[in-house]
Structure formats: C-alpha cells, structure tokens
Design a protein. Sequence first.
Length: 345
Amino acid sequence: SDDGLIAFSEHCPALSDLCIAGCFQLTDKLFTKAKFCGLQHLNTSGCSKLTDLSLTHVVSMCSKLISLHVNSCEFSSKPFMIMAKKCYSLRNLSVEYCSKLTDGDALVDIAVNCPLTTLAAQGCPALKPGVVSYMMLCIDEGLTAVSLSGDESLTQVVEKCNTLRSLKLNSGTLIDDGCMEYIARELTQLTELHLEGHPRILTDTSLRHLATHNSTLKKLTLVSNHTPMSEGLARLCISPVGESLTHLHLEDCPAEEESLGCIAKCNLLVSLSLSGCAEGVTDAVLTLICSGVCATLQRLLVSRCFKLTDSALVAVGASCKVLHVLDVQGCKRLGLLRFSWGYFP
C-alpha cells in the first residue's frame, strides 16, 4: 500500500532500486509523501493510478536516475520535459504502451541530453510516426537495445545505431527481406532479434540473410510470421549462428518437419519455443530435437502442437535432464498416462 511504502522509505533513505510493477492500487500519495531521493532504478509499469504528479516528483528529486520503466502508465509528456532537463544520467528508458504520451519533442530532448543505451517505446499510439526513429538518430553513440513499432525510418536508424545488440520490431514496423539483409550486414554486434506481427512480409530469405551475414546472434524470436520458413531455417541452424544460439522462439510460424529437425544442431539452446507450429512439430521431430539439445535445454514451450502424443513427452523427460520449464497447453492428444515427473532430476 501507499502507507506501507511511505513508512519503508523513512527507514531506508539510501534505497536506489525500486520495482513496484503491477501494483495497480498505488496512488500519487506514495511519491508525494515518500522520501525516495536516491533512486537510480525505478519500475512503475502497470501502476495505472499514478499520474503526472508522481513522475514529476520522481524526476525532480532523483537527478541520478539511471533506469526508468513506466510501461502502460497514464503519464503525459509533461514530466518527460522535466526529465530531459534534470536526469542527465538516464541510460535506460521504457515507455511502452503509454497511451497519453503525445509530445515527441520531450522524448527527443531526452535523447539529446541523456546517454541512453536502451530505448523501448512501442505501442504509443498518440506519438507521431517517426518520433522514435528520430530519437535514435539524435543519440550520439552507445545505443545497444531498442524496441519499437510503426516507425518508417528503420534503415536510417540501423545505419546510425550500428552498435545495437538488441532489436525488437513489432507490428507496424516497415520491414521486408531487403531490410533484414541490411540489418544482418550492418548490425555486427547484434545478439538478440525479436520480430513479431509481420505476417506475410518476411520470407525464407530473411533467415538465409541472418545465416549468411550474422555471426553474433544468441537470441532469435519470430512470432506470427505466416509465410513458411523451411530452407532458411535449416540453413540458419547449421550455420555459425545456429551453433551459438541459446534462445530460439518460433511461435505461430509454419515450418516443415525436416527443417524443424535441424534445430537439433543448435546444441547450446537453453530456451526453445515452438508454440503454435502445429503442422511441423511431431513426436519424431521433437524427439530428434531433444536428442541434440538435451545437455543444455532448460525451457521448452510446445503449446498448441496438436500432433504430439505421450511418446514425445517420454522422450523429452528421458533426454532433457536439466529441463526446468515445460509448456504443453492445448496439446490435445496428450494423455499423460505414461509421462512421469520421475524423468526429471
């Protein structure tokens, strides 16, 4: 509650990190009364009752703020104008799904005045198209992670921000195979790529570009890409990229059994999601994959893969001895009669 955290602040005046994400009952009373003067890292994501008054107090008092996450909050542009003039140490900013954020100039001022390395601003419908791209172009050097949607200057941004290590592009971002080739060639330090909601724009060619031109990728996520990716996926898995992948998430993406079987070559995988890849994920394919990645795989998500039966789970349990997370929701053919948790250490 507000009162509890206010009392807590009186006993911990040196508090530097505060995460209250999802505490939707908190109100402006907290930040107007609490003594959080030394905060460097703050996450208020999902605190929908907080208003501009709270964020204004924070940025006015906490000039050493380094990281701020206010996703899905009801803040307007006003406190961000103050932030641009006071928080000169800000490096990580996430304002995803802030529907009342309208003035792009405030964000651009932050990009100019603060040494941002991480920027996430997708899902802000009131911002004019291109604002986030322009922010990135205003950042001198050092931007390593960005998440955006609906921006039309991606190629220009990639050219400017070639130090990016993490790139997340959601629906609305204008991207095609040619743009993917440019990303693969120019972002030579890219270790994480997340592409979501590009249903028929990206094709098999995009994965071939990654396999050919990238050698640093560790995490790859493709969500809701409805164009079949077969030969490109196989080529990616047997390339140097596949040999170094630790996270591969292909969700609601059609792929053939033969190409999915090549995932077994990615023998450093820690996390694998094939949720919704129903046609290609069979007992034989999953057994083959697990035989190749069994030494490292800790997280396996195969929800809505309706061809799987109990025999696949028996094979998973027998081979993947370090598995911690298993998701088989919606796998209707599973009887679970032969599956035992005894297969897991």
